[in-house]
Design a protein around this ligand. Structure first.
Ligand code: PEP
Ligand code: MN
Length: 264
């Protein structure tokens, strides 16, 4: 059972959680090529991102959309992480893939669509890797915390929670960002909580405002989609920041972090 004691989670060389700097995870929605990924990794690292992300098994709404590069993409992500000295995270969509992922990534991401996939949660709990657990798109805070407990009860306390917006009547954003959930989950569980402003917004122009709000609400980190050519991205281009805008966001976020007693 979770207690309210504050925890930090170690992802490769990076510590996330209470008392740690606000950690930024950045990278493309999907890994598309080694060259493209390397270039994004170099740019986000220079701006201050600590962890590299990239999806390679994609859960798309349409079966006709790009489904990701699979294991080839994981190899590219692992290589880019080594080249730029960044731990890497990627979404896993099946419990049958655990062994494959543990070879290539420093943290497993369980996405909104799989937050209540109990078989996957339990397998992640036995994987020996930290787990980034996104909030389901229609999940209450309590359901989200129970999903974390499935992982923790398998003997893996290294869970990082990620608020990425929920479905409401409001359709001005892709999902409705819920900053209160960040504060509640931190208060009730002591787990690190990060925010994903990209999937909440669905629109790159809103990513900065949501990021600043998340840090002010106590987020221990951010997960932000970045692409060199968002117009040509294979997925989620409309919400992806160009590297220059990502750098500008990082510069604006640092004083907000300091205002709530955090480094960044
Ligand atoms: C993603 O991180 O690219 C993703 C699919 O996110 P979510 O599970 O939050 O929709
Ligand atoms: Mn995405």
């Amino acid at each position: 059972m979770l207690t309210a004691e504050n925890r930090t989670v170690q992802v490769g060389s990076v510590k996330i959680g209470a008392g740690q700097p606000v950690a930024v995870i950045a990278g493309p929605c999907s890994v598309e090529s080694q060259e493209g990924l390397d270039s994004i990794a170099r740019e986000v690292k220079a701006a201050g991102a600590l962890i590299l992300r990239g999806g390679t098994y994609k859960l798309r709404t349409s079966p006709y959309s790009f489904q990701g590069l699979g294991e080839e993409g994981l190899k590219m992500l692992c290589a880019a992480g080594k080249s730029y000295d960044m731990p890497v995270v990627s979404e896993i969509i099946s419990e049958n893939d655990i062994e494959k992922y543990t070879k290539y990534v420093d943290m497993l991401q369980i996405g909104a669509r799989n937050m209540q996939n109990v078989a996957l949660l339990k397998a992640a709990g036995r994987s020996g890797k930290p787990v980034l657990l996104k909030r389901g798109m229609s999940a209450t805070v309590e359901e989200w915390i129970m999903a974390a407990e499935y992982i923790i009860n398998e003997g893996n306390p290294d869970v990082i929670m990620c608020e990425r917006g929920i479905r409401t009547f409001e359709n001005a954003t892709r999902n409705t960002f819920d900053p209160a959930a960040i504060a509640i989950v931190k208060m009730q569980t002591g787990l690190p909580v990060i925010a994903d402003p990209s999937h909440a917004a669905g629109n790159w122009e809103l990513v900065e405002a949501i990021s600043l709000a998340a840090i002010a609400a106590g987020a221990d980190g951010l997960l932000i989609e970045v692409h060199d050519h968002p117009d040509e991205a294979m997925s989620d281009g409309t919400q992806s920041l160009k590297p220059g805008n990502f750098t500008a966001l990082m510069e604006k976020a640092r004083p907000v972090a300091r205002a709530v007693g955090r480094e960044m």
